[in-house]
Design a protein around this ligand. Structure first.
Ligand SMILES: Cc1ncc(COP(=O)(O)O)c(C=O)c1O
Length: 400
């Protein structure tokens, strides 16, 4: 974003604040689409950042909704259930009933898609569908070796007894999530092949023809200076590895980080500077409860950032480069955002603008810590207008 525009926004909204830029988001989605086979659809994983839902929903085919909280937010934003994939390891009957009640049409049909992540999920979905006189569309989630999804044996079990035990479920295909920040194309290719094998077996051994493959790609994002990653080449290889699959199945790529990260900036102000035991500390009005970088190790890695300062304040004596530890306002020695960052000039009142913070920071930060206020969130429209979509919120209130 233009520096002058950002400075004006900081003046207007103060700090700490997340800024999410819709123009960058649109460009990012267009870029990803342009690098994928044409028939591939995109599904935005809401957990990455729920604030951009209304805008991103216009740009992608689907939204992956992973909890009742995310579902409620989507409903508040008037997102149609037909655009939702209801995912997640914890599905209750009440939750599914609520969605089906919202979703069911006058003719008794439903539009939402659900993932089945265990045999129990299968039973819950079947019970709700039967009791409410409808059929639910489902994707069987194949595990990538963790608590999410099922082993092939359970997937085949559902396929084997589809007609007897799950007559109210219509199996559309497989959902598979690789894990986040996946850079290994070899691993991706192996995974794609093993998912295809499962879909082949479903067809050949159980007569269940999968139409869809929904794939959580875990596209990587670079957060730190010096990281080496050739995204253009990576996406080219990915697209090639995927083109055959895309010609056999309706493919949807589930992406959170890869869509949302680049549109976000987190701005925090330097409120104090000091040297203690020969270490230089800059105290920020934000902190680790709000700013989370995947892959950060003991604050040693240096993220992409800009420093906004009032040039008039500086003199010749400020030219010396010093290493600064950037610390937040929490009452823990862990609250170090970055360690030993070499900076030439730093003054109280300067602003750090941390880049690529559009995904997860705003949803993963331990925001309740120390009863600090939640940061403000500002959406910047394509026409440049900036709207405050969440004001600073107190996380603790006394009932009197
Ligand atoms: C099922 C599912 N799909 C998609 C995603 C998005 O992953 P990423 O943000 O790495 O793209 C996640 C992240 O946890 C997930 O659990």
């Amino acid at each position: 974003m233009d520096k002058l525009v950002m400075k004006e926004l900081i003046k207007k909204f103060g700090t700490p604040t997340f800024f999410f830029d819709e123009k960058i988001l649109r460009d990012r989605i267009e870029y990803l689409r342009s690098r994928m086979p044409e028939s591939v659809s995109l599904c935005y994983a809401v957990k990455a950042n729920a604030f951009i839902i209304p805008y991103v929903a216009k740009l992608v085919e689907r939204l992956e909704v992973c909890s009742p909280g995310e579902y409620d937010i989507c409903k508040k934003y008037m997102i149609s259930t037909s655009q939702m994939v209801i995912s997640g390891v914890h599905k209750t009957k009440d939750y599914i009933q609520k969605i089906v009640t919202d979703d069911i049409g006058e003719n008794g049909s439903c539009c939402a898609i659900y993932t089945i992540e265990s045999l129990r999920h299968g039973m819950i979905l079947e019970d709700v569908a039967r009791e409410m006189g409808t059929t639910l569309q489902v994707l069987l989630r194949l595990s990538s070796g963790n608590q999410f999804g099922m082993d092939p044996i359970d997937i085949f079990e559902i396929a084997k007894y589809q007609i007897e035990k799950y007559p109210h479920l219509s199996v559309k295909g497989i959902q598979y999530f690789s894990g986040t920040q996946r850079r290994s194309m070899k691993k991706n290719a192996r995974e794609i092949a093993s998912v295809c094998e499962v879909m082949d077996r479903l067809r050949l051994d159980y007569g269940l023809k999968c139409e869809e493959f929904e794939y959580g790609t875990g596209f990587p994002v670079c957060y730190f200076q010096g990281e080496e990653f050739e995204e253009e080449n990576f996406l080219k290889d990915f697209s090639e590895a995927f083109s055959l699959v895309a010609s056999n199945y309706k493919v949807t790529l589930e992406i959170g980080r890869g869509i949302a990260a680049s549109c976000g900036s987190y701005v925090t102000q330097v409120v104090d500077l000091k040297t203690v035991s020969k270490q230089n500390y800059a105290i920020l009005d934000g902190g680790i409860h709000q700013l989370v970088y995947y892959g950060q190790t003991m604050a040693m890695r240096h993220p992409y950032y800009d420093l906004y300062s009032d040039e008039k304040q500086y003199s010749q004596t400020d030219e010396e480069i010093k290493n600064w530890n950037l610390c937040g306002s929490l009452c823990t020695t862990n609250d170090i955002v970055v360690k030993q960052l070499p900076i030439k000039r730093l003054k109280e009142g300067d602003f750090f603008v941390f880049h690529n913070t559009g995904a997860y920071s705003v949803t993963e930060g331990i925001a309740l810590f120390l009863s600090r206020e939640l940061p403000k969130v500002v959406l910047i429209k394509e026409n440049g207008d900036a709207a405050l979509v969440r004001d600073a919120v107190k996380t603790f209130t006394l009932n009197s």
